[in-house]
Design a protein around this ligand. Sequence first.
Ligand code: ZN
Ligand code: ZN
Ligand code: ZN
Ligand code: ZN
Length: 297
Amino acid sequence: MVKGTNSEQALVGETSSHLRRRQQVTSTVQDEAENVGGDVGARSGTLFKLDLLDCPVCCHALTVPIFQCDNGHIACSSCCTELRYRCRSCTFPIGNYRCRRMEKVVKSIIIPCPNAKHGCTETFSYGKELVHEKKCSFTLCYCPAPNCNYSGLYKDLYIHYKSNHMDIENQFVCGRPLCTWWRISEKVFVLQESADGPLVVLQRFNKPGGWYVTVNCIAPCAPGVGEFSYELSYGTPMGGYKHIMTFKSSEMNRIHKVSFQTPEKDFMLIPHYFQYPRNSLKMTICIKKDMKEEGED
Ligand SMILES: [Zn+2]
Ligand SMILES: [Zn+2]
Ligand SMILES: [Zn+2]
Ligand SMILES: [Zn+2]
């Protein structure tokens, strides 16, 4: 009955921190056939400017209640409060009258997941799809190997990495400490769980305060994928590894792509006096499956 299928719907959506802009996007609009004499079944059509469904003041997705001024300008309820109940366009009062028809329109919109083209079949009411996208297991993940442009679903990436880049020495088994020699010339060091498992990326940033070392898993933030805790140790060879620094984290961050932006948090700081750069750094890492989900019913 609903004619708009996923194949007809293309969503090109981008989120910036405060502003969402959508252009040339289409979606299914369902007519609930509420009118007397209307069709019993829902009809569908295409809306080409999805940003018409955003509050014209704050540009966030409109949600019920939606208000209108006497001139028909609309705003979301938090903008009405922010504007002290004066329309931004014409200064008429706004906040007393709901725009019920627009509320119905917003509620009847169905949006496919932005990863529909990669196989996700989930659909959402307007504005909810971006919340889902962050946790969608169909989000593309990028190969961390230098000069490799491969991207794919996380499982495909793990198989790709294993067959194209994997060094047997850099495989880890959960719960078993792995002693690695990280070449000083390499800023990125990749480990893979044995049996085509998740990729764990260690990165080292050379900063005035010392080395920042991060550990991230390349995986979507979907439940059950790449949920790890870890313990990372670095021993300085001065005096025969008598001094060892350890950094523990109960939750490894998950990323889709290696980034070279300096991290602001969640890194191990190795101060200069502790560095002893020869050719390689001796690091020991123990990665464990994050068990916190298991206690729940
Ligand atoms: Zn608003
Ligand atoms: Zn107005
Ligand atoms: Zn999805
Ligand atoms: Zn690759």
